[in-house]
Design a protein around this ligand. Structure first.
Ligand code: AMP
Length: 159
């Protein structure tokens, strides 16, 4: 039931100065950050992380975007964390993401606009899609030494 999942604050979130706002959405929900670092990834790493999308027509734009500035990577832990994090983040297209979600509150771009311009959707955050993906992604981004077991107040007051 307790899961770990990967959250990335993408280059647009870092460059817009939204790191703190984004992280606080997860902290306030009672999720525990068990790993965190800033990384500037290269094309090879982008291909590893987005291996499922390499053949898609938006991949070139996605790669250009993801290597354009640093990313803040987090491993986040909580009860059914994969599903909860995706709920907090909102749907992939900011235009359709409900108000109250990170993408709905801090962005508004549409697929149509991004695809016409041949650029990636700037949607601030990446969140693992399912439990299997979460395990793979956490171990791609973090070594065992970079992940921490500690007690948070949430364990007494939220869980
Ligand atoms: P996902 O693995 O679902 O997060 O998808 C990878 C990322 O690719 C998304 O978060 C968007 O940033 C981007 N993306 C997905 N679909 C499109 C699209 N049709 N046009 C432009 N960018 C896209």
């Amino acid at each position: 039931m307790i899961e770990r999942t990967l959250v990335l604050v993408k280059p647009d979130g870092v460059q817009r100065g939204l790191i703190g706002d984004i992280i606080s959405r997860f902290e306030k929900r009672g999720l525990k950050i068990v790993g965190m670092k800033m990384v500037w990834v290269d094309k090879d790493f982008s291909k590893q992380h987005y291996s499922a999308h390499i053949d898609k027509n938006f991949y070139k734009g996605l790669e250009d975007f993801i290597i354009s500035a640093p990313i803040v990577a987090m491993a986040v832990e909580g009860i059914n964390a994969v599903e909860l994090v995706r709920k907090v983040v909102g749907s992939t297209e900011p235009k359709s993401a409900p108000i109250g979600t990170i993408r709905g509150d801090f962005a508004h771009v549409s697929y149509e606009y991004a695809d016409k311009k041949g650029i990636s959707i700037k949607n601030l955050v990446h969140a693992s899609g399912n439990s299997e993906e979460a395990e793979q992604e956490v171990s791609l981004w973090f070594s065992v030494e970079e992940l921490f077991n500690y007690k948070s107040a949430n364990q007494d007051y939220v869980m």
